[in-house]
Design a protein around this ligand. Structure first.
Ligand SMILES: *Cc1c(COP(=O)(O)O)cnc(C)c1O
Length: 430
């Protein structure tokens, strides 16, 4: 059995799994488990690679905060010049907290923006609002008029394209709650242009997440380009096209090994650009997962192993409250041992197991019927590709304090979120 991790963020050296150059076994000893571990160098590399793929086109990368909203991570991306895509007032607060200046590169998406969230974004002078309905358009016009501040807007189009991803994270079909149907959008642009405090500046779309081919993006962009031309013909001054996020990663090791993020980003950039067919617009990009997912792992320790009838269970100290993706989407995450025993590897000592957490739900699992090297009580495992939608989706279910998060950078380690205590959990309760 071939075991590979996720170089350069996570790789084996002399049978020990390292994050950059720090052994995960050391991190587990020092900071406890479950523990989120991120590689700063990998995040920076992936951001730069993505950014570089678009260098020939006028553009701004607006990292999607919801993928991983840790303040240190946001600060690091802000320093690299990243803008941000936010979907709530809370995410906007996070961005403003790490960099007031980043506000000028903030894109505000989301189907249910409240008046308070809109006011906060107006006050912060964000780059653009992606408006998703007629009601939101009216509300935004009203709030902007009230404080006499012009709001730059794009309408989020629902391009009605199918993307082959999990139904929960596909967003670009007519029946989804997101955006405005192409058939209705002309009237909305006319309505928007008539409002004194709205600056009609763009068109946006986001068709979903974990999309692994460029075709759906290209198809959506063709429809957007056509719309931009029609809007221009009607006298609208469309300067921005927001292509959303959604670029997928390979969660299976055999695919991840063959992945080349540079080539993927470049193919994506060219597909978008070709579809726009020479339109003179500023591209906005909202990648989340593709920047941070492979840069993170969830480190966990085996608590108990047990045999129930024919099934062998490996029960680890992380659970669905720490990493929800397998439970929520049936998502696949590679699980690798932290200490590789060469002898075991050579003798192919593997077993087929379910790796599960201790939470009282049958849906609390990380892997089912997975062939893994023999794991014993006390062994450490790393659940890979957990940098995106991992900690961000965590909860306190079963009164489990949330995991700590550490950022590794070369040989340096920084705790970027402390492990929660029972006191933290009780704080708001009476
Ligand atoms: C979630 C989201 C993104 C990021 O998607 P990824 O798949 O993580 O790249 C971008 N834009 C919007 C509007 C989103 O909702």
């Amino acid at each position: 059995m071939k075991i590979i991790a996720r170089p350069p963020a996570f790789q084996y050296k002399k049978n020990h799994l390292l994050a950059d150059s720090v052994p995960l076994a050391y991190l587990a000893e020092r900071y406890g488990t479950p523990l989120y571990v991120y590689s700063a160098s990998t995040i920076r590399d992936r951001y730069r690679t993505f950014e570089n793929a678009f260098k020939r086109f006028p553009h701004t990368v607006c990292y999607s905060v919801k993928a991983n909203s840790n303040l240190s991570l946001l600060k690091m991306l802000a320093k690299l010049g990243s803008g941000f895509d936010v979907v709530s007032g809370g995410e906007l607060e996070r961005v403003l907290h790490v960099s007031r200046k980043a506000a000028e590169k903030v894109v505000f998406s989301g189907v249910g923006k409240t008046a308070a969230e809109i006011d906060a974004a107006l006050k912060a002078n964000i780059l653009i609002f992606n408006v998703e309905s007629e009601s939101e358009l009216d509300l935004l016009a009203e709030r902007a008029a009230k404080i006499k501040k012009k709001a730059r807007i794009a309408l989020r189009i629902n391009p009605d394209v199918f993307a082959d991803t999990h139904p929960y994270i596909s967003t670009g079909l007519r029946e989804h709650k997101f955006g405005v149907a192409l058939s209705d959008v002309g009237d909305l642009y006319t309505r928007a242009a008539a409002r004194k405090y709205l600056d009609v500046a763009g068109v946006s779309c986001h068709i979903g997440s974990q999309i692994t081919t460029v075709e759906p993006f290209a198809k959506a962009m063709l429809r957007i380009a056509e719309l931009v031309r029609a809007l221009a013909a009607n006298g609208h001054n469309i300067r921005y096209v927001d292509a959303g996020g959604g670029l997928g990663i390979s969660y299976k090791s055999e695919d991840a090994e063959a992945d080349n993020f540079e080539a993927k980003s470049s193919a994506y950039a060219h597909a978008l650009h070709d579809s726009l067919g020479g339109l003179k617009v500023h591209l906005l990009l909202e990648p989340g997962r593709s920047i941070v997912a492979p840069a993170g792992a969830l480190l966990s320790r085996v608590v108990v192993t047990k045999q129930n009838g024919k099934k062998r269970f490996v029960i680890v100290d992380a659970a669905m409250n720490d990493l929800l993706r397998p439970s929520l989407y049936g998502a696949y995450h590679e699980i690798v041992p932290v200490q590789l025993n060469q002898v075991l590897q050579m003798t192919k000592a593997t077993s087929v197991v379910d790796v599960v957490g201790p939470v009282c739900e049958t849906g609390d699992f990380f892997a089912r019927d997975r062939e893994l090297p023999h794991l014993h009580e006390g062994d450490l495992v790393a659940i890979l590709d957990a940098g995106a939608y991992g900690m961000a989706l965590s909860s306190n279910y079963n009164t489990r304090p949330r995991a700590a998060e550490v950022m590794v950078d070369g040989s340096g380690v920084t705790v970027v979120r402390k492990r929660e205590t029972m006191k933290d959990l009780f704080r708001q309760e009476t």
